[in-house]
Design a protein around this ligand. Sequence first.
Ligand code: ATP
Ligand code: MG
Length: 758
Amino acid sequence: MQNLLHNLNQEQLAAVTLPAQSALILAGAGSGKTRVLTTRIAWLIQTGQVSPAGVLAVTFTNKASKEMMTRLSAMLPINTRGMWIGTFHGLCNRLLRAHYRDAGLPQTFQILDSQDQLSAIKRLLKSMNVDDEKYPPRNLMYFINGAKDQGLRANDVEANDDYNRKFVELYDLYDQQCQREGVVDFAELLLRTYELLSRNQPLREHYQARFQHILVDEFQDTNDLQYKWLKLMAGQRGAVFAVGDDDQSIYAFRGANVGNMSAFEREFRVENLIKLEQNYRSHGHILDSANTLIANNSKRLGKNLRTDAGHGEPVRIYEATSDLQEAQWIVEETKSLINDGASRSEIAVLYRSNAQSRVIEHALVASGIPYRVYGGQRYFERAEVKHAIAYLQLMDNPHNDSAFLRVVNFPARGIGARSLEQLQDAAKQYGISLYAAVPYVAGKAGATLGSFLKLIEGGRFETQHLPLPEMVQVVLDLSGLLKHYQTEKEGADRIENLEQLVNAATLFVSEEGFGIDAPALLGPKAQAVSGAAITTADGIEIFDADAPLATVMSPLSAFLSHASLEAGNNQAQAGEEALQLMTVHSAKGLEFDAVFITGLEEGLFPHENSQKEDAGVEEERRLMYVAITRAKKRLYMSFSQTRMLHGQTRYNMRSRFFDELPEEALKWLSPKVQQHSWFANPKSAWDEAPEKAANSISKNFGKRDIGWRIGENVAHQKFGEGVIVNIEGSGGNARAHINFGRHGMKLLDLSVAKLEKV
Ligand code: ATP
Ligand code: MG
């Protein structure tokens, strides 16, 4: 038997081997929280205190749950595939699939990712003739999700004016629309499960008895509903083992409530609160930086971190004049890291928002360094992939109106706006889905819609006995999508993405174990509970959602939920040999040998939206703490005097966070200047630093780019006349610093700015 405990320190050991009561492990980054949680599961199973089927473990991302299963399989001779390890959403999906009837859902219910949810809301507003300027769809979406995250249905929400009453009314109508179409959004997955278990006593008692051990990672980011959900699952006796770090709570904007940690301590009568203070991840200077920074926050539960590792390298800080130059610096430093033997996948470039990656990517492409971007548009969110998924969704559940509208006329098959209007009217009149309303449309419109119906039904018939990957292949052909993109000029990439879907299906089938006998996956112990229906004391039969997805839903349904859940998944995937680019949020829980934190400017990081209130800045500071603590050996930070974002030039001050770091841990690569430099106030650039400006002109005078020259006079629609003082980049990426006199200095994208010569 493997000794699971030998490589733990005293506190970790104490945490892993706590008795079966609720416990809170409160500890800073890199102190081994995730390791402790995983080891505890293994220890509980190995010592026979629980069977794999009695464990419920909640992770923050799908990737984290896969990793946990892999680690467990390495520690124990069990197959972890059937175990209940997953995200809140993933676990709820599984429960709802098994108990769809009790939950009031069709067996083939489908999951709306946030993109689909927004379009469903737009559709609702349109059909109700609601003014979408007065009631912006996005606001309604936040309103609905916010309410659901607190466990509130429309009739639980108190509205005290007409405007809010309208929101509540629309929330209710939205829920009805989803129910009619057999779709659920992310928040609904949780709320529906919560309601199911709170109303259905035998079912609740069954799961409460079954899950003797519930373990939650990243507990600081649970929202109110998730907390209530855990309470319900745990029941009176249940033991919840929660690990978290209040300093890493970074999802308040999505409803996460760090107050859950103290509530948990109180309400779960936690007797064992263990702090882990030894950090195993980062070198000294990096850890000192993190500690000193986070000490600036006021509301903290209080804990320390120390390391036995030496100081290591200082944190390197670079000031660039432009974001292009910043990107170039990242490329150079990366090259030298690689030269020194670093592996590319062990280097991460982090930024506050996705829009910042473009410039960095550009520099990486030019330098030939392979990279991967995470958290931007993900595979399952690409338009062509969503089209293909929509066909599959319709075959599985034809009443999904979002899917219907997405592809009814894509590729074009002569179904125009008028026909659709007729169809929507009929659907509204009878209160049915668009698909069901087709027979009520007469004339030519009816005929073309009818042939679309036949296409979907034919597809379903033709593929019903095929394995999933082949089914996907047939649908790509039959839908006309492949053919459509073959005729499109830039279609090659899209075709490749579509064909990837067949691979994704193949991988999914093998990972989830479809086609393999379900009980065999769980090992002999689990066979006793899986498969058969369970009869409770009250004589009610319960089908236990025990087995892998394979036994509770069809491969197609499972694959479609996987696609929706992945689309909402924000974390990076296991990397190939490529540099890792991602937002700080996506980097949570991960670690890298070397980390770049870029764009450290006021307004960007801390983000401008956060600065209205102290709480906002504190959350940004926690985000910065997360960023710093991802680094093991080397940490780089950078900021730039000017930056082009969303087509606009910003002249930014460096981030206040620099002033909150310990000077002795830092190495400024360019001299640290006082923070009132000329760029912070573009209007007076020439007044304050005429030499600097003139210098840059004379150095580059005559440099040209697609017809533009430094020193040339130009006119801009909004800013009037100005003079080009500098040009950077070239071709489609060329940008010019232009002094517009009264309007000050601007950095404009030459390919976008529509300048005229004067
Ligand atoms: P985060 O807050 O970022 O999620 P964490 O507290 O979950 O971090 P882990 O990811 O579990 O920390 O551990 C951080 C690193 O330290 C990992 O590489 C882990 O393997 C290592 N580690 C943890 N405990 C020990 C130990 N006792 N001995 C050696 N290495 C350890
Ligand atoms: Mg962790």
